[in-house]
Design a protein around this ligand. Structure first.
Ligand SMILES: Nc1ncnc2c1ncn2[C@@H]1O[C@H](COP(=O)(O)OP(=O)(O)O)[C@@H](O)[C@H]1O
Ligand SMILES: [Mg+2]
Length: 365
């Protein structure tokens, strides 16, 4: 049998670099080596691409990057930020490097990257230009799902139920008092304040008073010029996995019970104290509603491959509100996305096979 050459891209420039190392290591260990010839390419935090040949556990620990250039680690100078500053040399470097990627004879890329530069359409655009099939959402849907403020506007246009919100642009040009007045005229406390483009709860705070609004907005604006303010939704957190291109299917939903005040970065990746209930104990009717709404929003943003759609089930109204869509959700064997599929009858290895087939099918269209 002819093996498919699969390039797994990991790391990346975003604050979710480590999360990507975890996702990539898990999927690399699980991928069927009889079916796939695997090429691993790491992207450093500075955005330098390096082809890596060593053991997979050195990816998870970050040791891969410390290796000396040589047999196990070699530059792919494409997207090396240190290449010439002048246009002509940049273009030359790009041409040379595009050939390097082409020479790797890749059949499909798995961009196991989370957050900006990996999950937001930028890498996807590059792969489109090179004509290489890749797993997951295309340029537009990736970019839309990454930008929580834009996604909210699209959801409004489609009458998707969601939390009330306001977008603050260029916070640095405003005075903190103006921001507080604006927020207080629109919301009661508490509010959630988030950078528009990020994930893994990085830069997100729950603000309960004026002072906290100022510090939370300052924190969020360190990560993005655009900051999103949302009403606090008192409710349960429900997630649903979606898989497919034109005819997507939804998994059994899950409930997350955070161990902290909200589902923050520590809770997600370090504490291990939050609880996951699969399937969510919300009754069949709500399960169907979650699945239908997950597929609906997936289609609204023209998603393909995979996405995890996250909801709030508001306590006082029992209404389902869409929180966000993640087009490259955490993908370790114990992450919610694969776990929800496992509970729905698709195991981790099969899931990877299906995603690869979906990527190839989409490319052929
Ligand atoms: N409006 C809100 N009301 C209540 N909790 C929220 C709200 N927005 C976010 N959260 C909490 O913060 C967590 C992270 O926010 P989210 O918007 O999902 O960002 P990320 O993309 O970083 O996961 C959520 O899982 C939830 O626990
Ligand atoms: Mg989230």
């Amino acid at each position: 049998m002819c093996k498919l050459n699969v390039m797994v891209l990991f790391g990346g420039k975003s604050k979710e670099h480590e999360v990507s190392l975890m996702s990539a290591t898990s999927m690399l260990n699980a991928m069927n080596k009889e079916k796939y010839e695997i090429i691993t390419v790491g992207i450093t935090r500075d955005g330098i691409w390096k082809k890596y040949k060593g053991s997979y556990d050195k990816i998870q620990t970050g040791e891969w990057e410390q290796l000396a250039e040589g047999e196990n680690l070699s530059f792919i100078s494409l997207l090396d930020d240190s290449t010439g500053k002048e246009n002509a040399s940049e273009i030359k470097a790009l041409k040379k490097d595009a050939r390097q990627l082409e020479n790797l004879k890749i059949d499909v890329v798995f961009p196991a990257l989370h957050g900006p530069y990996g999950e937001d359409g930028k890498v996807q655009g590059l792969l489109e230009i090179l004509g290489i099939p890749y797993i997951g959402a295309g340029v537009l849907s990736s970019a839309l799902a990454m930008d929580k403020a834009m996604l909210k506007k699209v959801f409004d246009a489609e009458k998707i139920p969601q939390a009330k919100y306001k977008v603050i642009k260029n916070y640095k040009n405003l005075t903190p008092d103006d921001v507080v007045v604006e927020i207080e005229s629109f919301f009661g406390y508490p509010v959630f304040i988030k950078p528009a483009n990020l994930g893994s709860s990085v830069g997100i705070s729950k603000a309960k008073n004026k002072q906290e609004v100022i510090s939370a907005t300052e924190l969020a604006s360190k990560y993005d010029k655009k900051v999103l303010v949302e009403e606090f939704i008192d409710g349960r957190e429900i997630e649903c996995a979606v898989l497919g291109n034109e005819y997507p299917i939804a998994s059994l939903p899950a409930e997350i019970i955070p161990s902290r005040e909200f589902y923050d970065y520590n809770d997600k990746y370090f504490d291990g104290k939050s609880k996951f209930i699969i399937p969510a104990d919300i009754g069949n009717e709500l399960i169907e509603q979650v699945k239908n709404l997950a597929i609906k929003v997936y289609k609204i943003i023209d998603c393909s491959g995979l996405a995890r759609v996250d909801f709030f089930l508001e306590s006082k109204s029992n209404r389902l509100l869409v929180n966000e869509i993640n087009t490259m959700p955490g993908f370790t064997e114990i992450s919610m996305y694969p776990k929800m599929w496992e509970a729905s009858g698709i195991n981790y290895e099969d899931l990877i096979d299906r995603l690869i087939q979906l990527a190839l099918k989409k490319h052929r269209l």
